[in-house]
Design a protein around this ligand. Structure first.
Ligand SMILES: NC(=O)c1ccc[n+]([C@@H]2O[C@H](COP(=O)([O-])OP(=O)(O)OC[C@H]3O[C@@H](n4cnc5c(N)ncnc54)[C@H](OP(=O)(O)O)[C@@H]3O)[C@@H](O)[C@H]2O)c1
Length: 233
């Protein structure tokens, strides 16, 4: 029997992180749901654990202590990661533009969306190196594309642009360790973040993330995808 592949997904309690976790658990992955809350999509952690191949782990990507203690727990209890999805994100720019956004708000968004993804990746490197075909997936956005820069969403756009920069740097640095690193855009999705007018369902938005984790060739690295097709930076 093949050993189960193990994946850690940040921000897994709702939205795209939840849907990705649910589908991968159904497909037989051992899913570690990294969340700030012990409530998952309205279910208690215990209910989800008995339903699937999943374990809840406390993870606040804006706090170094939380990242480090999650990585320590994973090292002791799980021992290896086949995939890390940096999905947790915030979108706090309502009512601001690039000319009015306070420095503090820029810092807060970067702290979660960009620095959180970087520190979590750094903390998981030894675990990933124990996999035969490890992957890191950064859930980015079309607003992080150079052609998608929006002055109406300044901290969010710039944090995802920088996240794409992380993808390029990490893919280059980690190629010799065999770790594939890619960015993915889910499109505009009807989650709490995307709102009710978005043009995609959560299921459709998650498909491209799930593809990258579960179906895409491990040879693909240093790229940006939506729905399995390459995007320009
Ligand atoms: N929806 C869209 O249209 C869209 C488009 C492009 C890209 N994306 C990206 O897709 C990803 C998921 O977004 P979503 O649409 O599913 O948003 P969502 O429904 O608002 O969910 C965001 C998730 O991130 C978690 N999170 C936020 N800050 C965190 C922190 N410090 N530590 C741990 N978890 C944290 C939230 O947890 P709490 O419940 O604890 O807050 C929640 O689970 C994000 O990176 C987002 O930028 C979304």
């Amino acid at each position: 029997m093949l050993a189960k592949k193990t994946i850690l997904i940040s921000g897994a309690n709702r939205g795209l992180g939840w849907e990705t976790s649910r589908v991968l658990a159904e497909r037989g992955w051992n899913v570690l749901l990294g969340t700030r809350e012990a409530q998952l999509h309205g279910q208690s952690v215990k209910e989800f654990e008995v339903n699937g191949n999943a374990t809840w782990i406390h993870l606040d990507v804006s706090a170094s202590e939380s990242i480090q203690s999650a990585a320590q727990w994973l090292d002791q209890q799980v021992g290896k990661l086949d995939c890390l999805i940096n999905n947790a994100g915030i979108y706090p720019d309502a009512g601001r533009t690039i000319t009015t956004i306070p420095r503090q708000q820029m810092a807060q968004t970067f702290n979660t969306n960009t620095f959180g993804a970087l520190e979590l990746t750094q903390a998981c490197l030894n675990l990933l190196k124990r996999s035969k075909a490890p992957k890191v997936i950064n859930v980015s956005s079309a607003m992080g594309q150079l052609e998608g820069m929006s002055p109406a969403f300044p901290s969010y756009s710039l944090s995802k642009l920088a996240m794409n920069g992380l993808t390029l740097m990490l893919s280059s640095e980690l190629a010799s360790a065999g770790i594939a690193v890619n960015s993915v855009s889910p499109g505009w999705v009807r989650t709490d973040m995307g709102g009710p007018n978005a043009d995609r369902s959560i299921e459709d938005g998650a498909k491209g993330i799930i593809w990258l984790a579960d179906e895409a060739s491990h040879d693909l690295t240093g790229k940006f995808f939506r729905d399995g097709k390459e995007l320009c930076w």
